[in-house]
Every structure is written in C-alpha cells, then in structure tokens.
Design a protein around this ligand. Structure first.
Ligand code: DAT
Ligand code: MG
Length: 137
C-alpha cells in the first residue's frame, strides 16, 4: 500500500450534466482526499499535451475538441493506492463495459463522453499533475 496522488478530471460532459457533486461525493465517500480543485477551461495546447500519448489515434482530434468544449473540473486526489483505486471507481474506458456501481457504469453510455479522467500510473500522474497544477505537487 502506498499513499499516492492522481489527477482526476470531471470532463465537460460531466460538468454540463451537473455531475460534479456526484463524482466528488463518490471520491470522498471512498475515503480519498481532495488536495486541489479548480473549475477551468483548457487551452488547445494543454489538451494536446494532456492527451499526448493519443496523438496518433484516429479519435485524437475529437478528443481534443471535446475536452476543450467547455469548463471542466480538475482535481488532485490523494490516498492509499489512489491511482488504481480511482481507475476502479471510474470503471472501464468504454461505458458499455463499465460495471454498475462505477461512475462510468452508472452514469455514461458512450466512450467519447465518459465523464471522468484519471491518471493511469505513477508517471502519468506526476506528469499530468504538473501540467494542471504546476509546482504544487
Ligand atoms: P481512459 O480515459 O480510461 O484512461 P484512454 O486513455 O485509453 O482511456 O483514452 C482517453 C480518452 O479517449 C477516453 O476517456 C475516451 C477517448 N477514447 C479512448 N478510446 C477511444 C475510442 N476507441 N474511440 C473514441 N474515443 C476514445
Ligand atoms: Mg488514459
């Protein structure tokens, strides 16, 4: 068990649907801690950096368009094994495969609008936290 930090986003679809409180509530009830929280819009350049690993994917342009389409909520979330723990709370990337009880399993239907982002490992967590909250973690 390790205490970790991860970057969590409530993406523009989640903000537009009024699901910010629902997502934060699930994070807090699980026992994870909020260490930073900000409502903001993303510059295209920041979005492209954030999703840099997907540059060559066919859905990259749509992904950047979507994540910059409106305000999102960015959070630093901390806790025991929080990186894997949050991935489990979020559910599978495609809501069709996400189990009931998970955020995506309960609240989403399509892969392009799956409500939340969570870092997928220690390296991506530190890279993404630095991108969203420079110098703070
Ligand atoms: P995750 O968000 O679960 O880490 P990912 O990093 O593989 O998933 O992809 C980032 C986002 O890109 C994902 O949340 C939704 C979108 N995406 C992934 N695969 C896709 C696909 N095959 N078609 C359309 N959008 C996709
Ligand atoms: Mg990912």
């Amino acid at each position: 068990m390790a205490t970790e930090r991860t970057l969590i986003l409530v993406k523009p679809d989640g903000v537009a649907r009024g699901l910010v409180g629902e997502v934060i509530s699930r994070i807090e009830r699980k026992g994870f801690r909020l260490e930073a929280l900000e409502l903001r819009s993303l510059e295209r350049e920041v979005a492209e950096q954030h999703y840099g690993e997907h540059t060559d994917k066919p859905f990259f342009a749509d992904l950047v368009e979507f994540i910059t389409s409106g305000p999102l909520v960015a959070m630093c979330v901390a806790g025991d094994d929080v990186i894997v723990g949050m991935r489990n709370l979020m559910g599978a990337t495609n809501p069709v495969d996400a189990v009931p009880g998970s955020i995506r399993g309960d609240l989403a239907t399509v892969i392009g609008e799956n409500i939340v982002h969570g870092s997928d490992g220690l390296d991506s967590a530190s890279r993404e936290l630095e991108l969203f909250f420079p110098g703070r973690f």
